[in-house]
Design a protein around this ligand. Structure first.
Ligand code: GLU
Length: 495
């Protein structure tokens, strides 16, 4: 059997460390067996998918040197590899299932489904479709479709009490009837849902092993049912354990940086990050902790993955990165620095922002330090200056947190124009004047009250760096709030 694996990210946000983790294991499996590793872009969610996010995924995986053999950028025999370019294929497959009676049109209006959900919620039942349209006379359903009545196509799940499916690491997994909803396959606009597109593509792209994150395990009965309905051979399914925060909750940006942009900007070495990710749920036969990608590939076996939720511990990763850094010859270290923070590309973005404001070359280092550091230090004066007259540190902390959650986290494009319009819109909705808001953001992101133009500065710093500095500033202001018993700041000292 030719081993073919894939990573199938949705380009809906920043490239996630979990994507790198899943990509690494798929890559290793394919390389170990001389097979192929495919990159497929799952952009069926038209509202949330963004080309900028797709580009960041490519860049991040390239930076990690987890290379793919087929994908939207390199092509391949089973393309296109971007789902938005395959709509017709999914539509035909949904029709095929409908013809076979393995799927059916559902005409239920959104209001009916909402009322149903509400009722289920109140009765504390598992949410799901009540299969009203499954009983429609096929001739009647065909007539209504012909007449152009809006509808979706749903998968007819088995009506058995339970269903058993196989996962390589878990063996037989049984799902009970309430977990086997009649999933929508094709939406009323003719676009597929993830489930249909994912299974059709895995089959057409001849994927032999579906290795993906554990959060997709509940979808497995639907996927297996799709394979059975089409009469296709199932691939091997293997759901990787979820990465966890040190408190064992699912890895989240509140407790750990999850964007690969963070790791790149902070100067983690790709080989150290891969080594660390490989240790998540995996042990080399000789228990060695440090190994290269080729060594990992050379020993890789899916069966060696253990299911106890691996803890992603940033401190341990930092330590490992330090070990890798210390092994580099000074010249190699220089190359690494030149690869990013000291690259001409980055310096040529920073310098124009500083040129107006320095008199000697050495001034540059003093003035521009915050463009190169990770977090910035906030003295008491800087913290105070973040809090406008008449507002409290707690209010300011809350505002900065909402700015992160409501705006910054949702932004995919990070240009000065976008930043400016989003900040202004946020200020208006949150009731913060432009002057108050910009000063708080300026100090939070740079540690100082006098900087080059704010939006350009934020654009050059990058979203991840801004995000972590704003988070830290908000956390410190909260502490400040405790110490200061939430008194209003009346005297502001700018640094
Ligand atoms: N598009 C899904 C994701 O973003 C892919 C899940 C799968 O690998 O089946 O994670």
């Amino acid at each position: 059997m030719v081993v073919r694996t894939r990573i199938a990210p949705s380009p809906t946000g920043d490239p996630h460390v979990g994507t790198a983790y899943v990509a690494l294991f798929n890559y290793a499996l394919a390389r170990r067996h001389g097979g192929q590793f495919v990159l497929r872009i799952e952009d069926t969610d038209r509202q949330r998918s963004h080309p900028a996010s797709e580009k960041m995924i490519f860049d991040a995986l390239r930076w990690l040197r987890v290379s793919w053999d087929e994908g939207p950028d390199v092509g391949g025999p089973y393309g296109p590899y971007r789902q938005s370019e395959r709509s017709e294929i999914y539509r035909q497959h949904a029709e095929e299932l409908a013809r076979k009676g393995a799927a059916y049109p559902c005409f239920c209006a959104a209001e009916r489904l909402a009322a149903l959900r509400e009722e289920q919620r109140q009765k504390k039942l598992t949410l799901g479709y009540d299969r009203q349209c499954r009983g429609l006379d096929p001739a009647e359903a065909a007539r209504r479709r012909q007449a152009g009545e809006p509808h979706v196509i749903r998968l007819a799940m088995p009506l058995d009490e339970s269903m058993a499916v196989r996962d390589l690491l878990r063996g037989e997994v049984r799902f009970e009837r309430p977990q086997m909803d009649d999933q929508v396959l094709l939406k009323s606009d003719g676009f597929p849902t993830y489930h249909l597109a994912n299974v059709v593509d895995d089959h057409l792209m001849k994927i032999s092993h579906v290795v993906r994150a554990e959060e997709w395990l509940p979808s497995l009965p639907k996927h297996v049912q799709l394979y059975r309905s089409f009469g296709w051979e199932e691939p091997v399914f293997c759901h990787l354990p979820l990465l966890r925060n040190p408190d064992r909750s699912k890895i989240s940006k509140r407790k750990n940086p999850v964007s690969l942009e963070y790791y790149r900007r902070a100067g983690f070495l790709p080989e150290a990050l891969l080594n660390y990710l490989a240790l998540m749920g995996y042990a080399m036969p000789d228990e060695r902790q440090e190994f290269s990608l080729p060594e990992f590939v050379g020993h890789f076996a899916l069966e060696r993955i253990s299911l106890g939720g691996p803890v992603f511990d940033l401190e341990k990763l930092r330590w490992l990165n330090g070990v890798y850094l210390r092994k580099l010859a000074p010249r190699e270290l220089l190359e690494r620095l030149r690869g990013h923070l000291l690259s001409d590309e980055y310096l040529l973005r920073v310098l124009p922002l500083c040129q107006e404001r320095i008199e000697t070359l050495e001034d540059f280092f003093d003035y521009a330090g915050f463009f190169f550091s990770g977090e910035v230090a906030y003295g008491q004066a800087a913290l105070s200056a973040m809090v406008p007259q008449g507002r409290t540190p707690a209010e300011t902390a809350k505002m900065l947190s909402s700015l992160l959650e409501e705006k910054i986290d949702r932004l995919v494009e990070w240009t000065d124009a976008v930043i400016e319009s989003e900040l202004r819109a946020f200020g208006e909705s949150a009731g913060w004047s432009v002057k108050e808001l910009f000063m708080a953001v300026r100090i939070a992101t740079t540690g100082r009250s006098a900087t080059p133009p704010l939006f350009e500065t934020l654009a050059v710093l990058g979203k991840e760096t801004c995000r972590r500095r704003i988070r830290k500033a908000a956390d410190l202001l909260k502490l400040h709030h405790k110490d200061a018993k939430d008194t209003k700041i009346t005297k502001t000292v700018t640094s």
